[in-house]
Design a protein around this ligand. Structure first.
Ligand code: GLU
Length: 537
């Protein structure tokens, strides 16, 4: 089978699985993906799990789940199989570094043979002392070449004795290392400033530097995209490519994402992981759209981009050099745009788990919080166990959610401020029923009387409406006509109506609320309001 053609663009994302996906990584993945797709290339996921001290149980699966949710499909490498477990596909595997130890060991030996690397037998105590001495003398901390000068016989004797060793790169003396980064231009450094890197550790595991170079080469990666924090490692990689006699790939170091105060985006300042945003009710389309704009702009007014549009418009050559400021308001706005675009059925599915978290159903009946959209079965379950006991119907919930869809910017806002819909007896001060601009002073018995009178005539009017005409548009049209006929101000009817139905001074329109409550509950709440006014005069 023909699976690779010369010059085919191949990008990779190479996370060390920590259990979550930082927003900056999402940007890297997206740019990897877009660049591969727009060049007819391949996007690969490789797991860099050679740091045994940093292993987190289930981290790979959780990362893959997040990636799947985000919706950026990879072509090769590690993916989540139907059983929810990590699996691999592709011809350049294994794609998990801990399964490639033999490969790294073999290549490290090649470097030893070629005189490009050497055995180092220094104990950790010696290295620790060396570091302390250098620090005390305010010198850069680096290896002092102690074992670089060992003779072949000395090395052999130590190996025969079974002494523990690491393998270090023999960094050439006083030479310029240079590479061109697409974002930062030419980067140059003298080798005298580069430490003799450890390539293979005493436990036979490679360091990041050795593994990344071998893998990028063997997996035929053409463009390495990664965070700016790796720029200083790249000269070491260039030296390794040279030592092996390989051509390095292109390098594109993406600028960091910054807080508004220009500090590095970190957990301390709030949410930084894709998982945090998912749990807060952001849609993957919004996160992708926003990530694309974090460090690139199309040079036009367009801000809303589907993935397809991004594949067309994105230009890796135009990535900004400066750090991108994370603008939460803009992300919220984008999310609200994507929320509004959802078909209602889809929105209901996505919003229900969040809605169930805010309704006051007794805890033992409460449906477990779940980030998964509800299936039909679990929706019925939620209805029976959490919604029906509140005196609400499925239709009411759908209508509440339809209203929410137009006003929220993230799913976790669903139902907040809407408690009045499922509160049996509203608790509010009768005073607020009086419209502030009504002629007698709001506090006066006269004003309260007048308000009660207005509500009474409204009740009479509403009682005459057939149940089939009880929807927000018809209600609005008819009630406004009624107000005109009575020669009243809109506020003198609509204000007390809204407060009577919600107990709040700020809420959706009285027509929307009455529509959702239904005729019976609406009339009941209006009557309660009149009682409140009368007992308060
Ligand atoms: N494993 C590195 C990380 O965790 C990958 C760096 C690279 O892309 O070379 O970010």
């Amino acid at each position: 089978m023909f699976f690779w053609r010369k010059n085919q663009v191949r990008t990779r994302f190479a996370p060390s699985p920590t259990g979550y996906l930082h927003f900056g990584s999402l940007k890297t993945i997206l740019y990897d993906y877009l660049f591969a797709k727009q060049n007819g290339g391949k996007f690969i996921l490789r797991i860099e799990d050679t740091d045994q001290t940093r292993q987190v149980e289930g981290a790979i699966e959780s990362l893959l789940k997040t990636l799947k949710w985000v919706g950026l499909a990879l072509d090769e490498g590690v993916f989540l199989n139907a059983g929810g477990k990590a699996a691999e596909r592709g011809h350049f595997g294994p794609y998990t570094q801990s399964q490639r130890l033999k490969i790294y060991q073999e290549y490290a030996r090649k470097l030893l043979k070629a005189g490009q690397a050497y055995y180092c037998f220094c104990s950790s105590e010696r290295l620790e002392n060396l570091r302390k001495e250098q620090e005390a003398a305010k010198k850069p901390t680096r290896y002092d070449w102690h074992c670089r000068h060992l003779t072949e016989d000395e090395v052999k004797a130590k190996l025969d004795k079974g002494e523990k060793y690491v393998i270090r790169l023999k960094v050439p003396e006083n030479q310029e290392v240079e590479f061109t980064d697409w974002v930062r231009g030419t980067v140059k450094i003298n080798t005298n400033e580069i430490d003799d890197q450890i390539l293979l550790k005493s436990d036979g595991f490679p360091t990041y530097h050795l593994a990344v170079v071998i893998d990028d080469h063997l997996m035929k990666i053409t463009h390495v995209l990664r965070g700016e924090e790796w720029v200083s490692s790249t000269p070491k990689h260039i030296l390794l490519y040279a030592a092996f006699g390989w051509t390095p790939p292109e390098f594109i170091h993406l600028p960091l994402i910054l807080n508004p105060d220009h500090s590095k985006l970190s957990k301390r300042q709030g949410d930084v992981t894709v998982e945090d945003y998912r749990a807060d009710g952001y849609l993957p389309e919004a996160l992708i759209n926003y990530s694309a704009l974090l460090g690139w702009n199309p040079g036009t007014e367009q801000e809303i981009f589907s993935l397809k549009e991004l594949i067309k418009a994105f230009d890796l050559r135009k990535v900004h050099k400066a750090g991108a400021i994370f603008d939460r308001e803009k992300l919220d706005w984008l999310n609200s745009v994507y929320i509004k675009k959802l078909p209602l059925e889809k929105f209901v599915e996505l919003a229900m788990p969040f809605f169930l978290n805010v309704i006051p159903t007794k805890p033992e009946r409460r449906v477990e919080e779940s980030l998964r959209p509800l299936t039909k079965g679990s929706l019925d379950f939620a209805m029976a166990n959490a919604i029906a006991p509140l005196g609400m119907t499925k239709e009411m919930v759908r209508k509440i959610l339809a209203l929410e869809q137009t006003r929220i910017s993230k799913l976790s806002e669903v139902g907040k401020g809407m408690e009045f819909f499922f509160t049996e007896k509203l608790d509010y001060d009768a005073k607020i029923l009086v419209w502030k601009k009504s002629p007698p002073k709001a506090d006066s018995p006269l004003a309260k009387n007048k308000t009660a009178e207005n509500l009474e005539s409204l009740i009479k009017e509403l009682e005459s409406y057939p149940a089939g005409e009880w929807d927000k548009n018809k209600l609005e049209e008819k009630i406004k006509n009624f107000i005109k006929e009575k020669n009243l101000d809109n506020g003198s009817i609509l204000w007390p109506m809204r407060v009577a139905l919600t107990g709040l001074q700020k809420s959706p329109t009285p027509f929307e609320v009455a529509d959702i409550l239904g005729k019976e509950k609406t009339l009941e709440r209006l009557k309660n309001a009149i009682e409140k006014l009368k007992s308060n005069i």
